[in-house]
Design a protein. Structure first.
Lengths: 234, 297
């Protein structure tokens, strides 16, 4: 479904991603593991068109999409959950969801609505009219995931959804992500939390200093403690 | 004391009303400026030119049609024409600069003031024009025992209407909420499938429409002339800075302070009246350097 081939991404003059290739099959959950600053978020931003790669190709459903504008990528079915949450702080919880509502492509199923998101995250249902900037970290994270779901994505880019959250909230989010996987959503998950990522994913990549150092099935990754220690231990 | 003799309560009340009708114009123009500043992050220097063009177009339409019908048609069509002009400029030229550095946009709006200034000279010449109000709006009513022009009362009614419209737009409509979100985080708005470029076009157009509306409303109260943009754009920027950048209620508050200090100043110390609003600006910024209300910057 998503096929990233040898991309190079820069912030101004600094070269961040070097020849990064990642593939995600339909219905798969694939994780990108790496330390802070390894290039996980840059990879997500490259895919979403926020920091387009200068070289390399990105194929989405067989179509070349590198260089497309973010809003077009979203309309093609890419959902984006940014790493630092970035809720629309001035708007209410309900407004955060309503303004991005998009009807589902194709016509398979009823699609996500505000009510469906509240059913999925009951914690949000009671705070519909609260200003999003005043929410707790966990509530904000639920909101950003719900917001991305409102665009009815077929492939969800989740950038460090558990970062800085309490263990109980992390557990809840991991459960919800597993439910999304069961519903057949394709997910590319960037994580530092190995436990969550390995528990959810089918395959994984390890990125370090902007280079993919390792890729394999989750079983391989679990077994290979040496590589995990080398690239992931802080 | 010599000053106090003419400062009666009635005169003070009447001058307050005069100040409030001036406030209406200032608020309408600066709320448009503030809207664009808040969402697009651009100090639109050409805002004053659009105000001037609004006044000229309104005059042209009113004189072409004539009579009372012409006046009201011009009041509606003049600002609309300014809105359309701004949309053409935004889609044709301005939107190509969004991805360039900020300075380019600022310089572009400055270039527009020069182009618009010459355009006015070219189309309307350098004579001043004046627009008279229709019969029903002529004359004065007696308020607090002193005469008060009917047209100013009309202005007093329009002000709250525009404020309500702005509130409704930004708080109750989807496009308004999207604009508020884009003001803070345009990147995420785009990543959620919204074409931010069109949101900007809409906001720019509404903001410029308000400049045009200010120009149309002011047309019957003063000479319509080249240069009427200069003093106004300065006042509008001061109001927006005083109120808090990008905050529409800040623009309202700033316009009130500016309009009232100006009107009261004329009453108590006519020779130095012009100084009062500026002193008010200095005082406000001394105590609240970031403006009275929350700035979105």
């Amino acid at each position: 479904m998503l096929d990233i081939q040898g991309i190079h991404t820069f912030y101004g003059l600094s070269h961040i991603l070097f020849d990064v290739s990642v593939t995600v099959g339909k219905g798969e959950v694939v994780c990108i593991l790496g330390r802070n600053g390894a290039g996980k978020s840059t990879l997500m931003r490259s895919i979403m068109g926020l920091t387009p790669p200068r070289q390399g190709r990105i194929l989405y459903q067989g179509r070349e999409v590198a260089g497309l504008k973010p809003h077009l990528l979203c309309r093609l079915g890419l959902g984006y959950v940014p790493d630092d949450r970035r809720v629309f702080a001035d708007l209410t919880v309900g407004e955060n969801l309503e303004i991005v509502a998009m009807s589902p492509r194709g016509g398979d199923g009823p699609g996500w609505t505000k009510e469906a998101v509240y059913e999925f995250f009951p914690g949000l249902a009671g705070i519909d009219s609260r200003q999003a900037g005043l929410l707790s970290g966990g509530e904000q994270q639920m909101l950003t995931i719900g917001r991305a779901l409102m665009t009815n994505p077929e492939c969800l880019l989740l950038d460090e959804p558990t970062e800085g959250l309490a263990p109980l909230v992390v557990k809840l989010l991991a459960e919800r992500m597993a439910m999304l996987k069961e519903r057949g959503l394709t997910v590319l998950l960037a994580e530092q939390n190995q436990e969550v990522a390995l528990g959810l994913s089918d395959r994984g990549y390890i990125i370090d200093n902007g280079v993919i150092r390792y890729q394999g099935s989750i079983e391989d990754l679990r077994a290979n403690e040496e590589v995990r220690r080398k690239y992931l231990l802080v | 004391m010599e000053l106090a003799s003419h400062v009666t309560l009635a005169a003070l009340g009447q001058q307050t009303l005069v100040g409030l009708s001036r406030t209406t114009i200032l608020f309408i123009v600066s709320s448009g400026l503030s809207l664009i500043l808040g969402v697009l992050r651009i100090p639109n220097v050409s805002h004053g030119s659009l105000y001037m063009i609004g006044a000229f177009i309104t005059w042209t339409i009113a004189s072409a049609i004539g009579g009372s019908a012409g006046f009201w048609a011009a009041m509606a069509l003049g600002p609309l024409a300014v809105g359309l002009l701004s949309l053409a400029v935004e889609r044709g030229l301005f939107c190509r600069l969004y991805e360039r550095e900020h300075l380019m946009l600022l310089l572009f709006t400055f270039a527009l003031t020069l182009v618009f200034g010459d355009m006015v000279k070219f189309v309307w010449g350098s004579d001043f024009r004046s627009l008279s109000v229709p019969h029903a709006m002529q004359g004065s009513l007696t308020v607090l025992g002193l005469p008060f022009p009917r047209y100013n009362l009309f202005l007093l009614a329009v002000g709250p209407l525009v404020a309500w419209g702005m509130w409704y737009l930004t708080n109750r409509t989807r496009i308004g909420k999207i604009a508020r979100a884009a003001a803070v985080d345009r990147e995420i708005v785009a990543a959620m499938g919204i074409n931010v470029s069109w949101v900007f076009a809409f906001v720019f157009c509404i903001g410029c429409f308000l400049a045009g509306l200010g120009g149309a409303l002011v047309a019957p109260t003063q000479n319509i002339t080249q240069g009427m943009d200069h003093s106004l754009i300065m006042e509008a920027f001061l109001i927006v800075i005083m109120g808090g950048l990008g905050n529409i209620w800040g623009a309202l508050l700033g316009a009130l302070i500016f309009g009232l200090t100006d009107a009261i100043g004329i009453l108590v110390w006519p020779q130095f009246a012009i100084v009062f609003p500026y002193v008010a600006v200095v005082i406000v910024l001394f105590f609240r350097p970031r403006g009275l209300l929350k700035s979105v910057w």
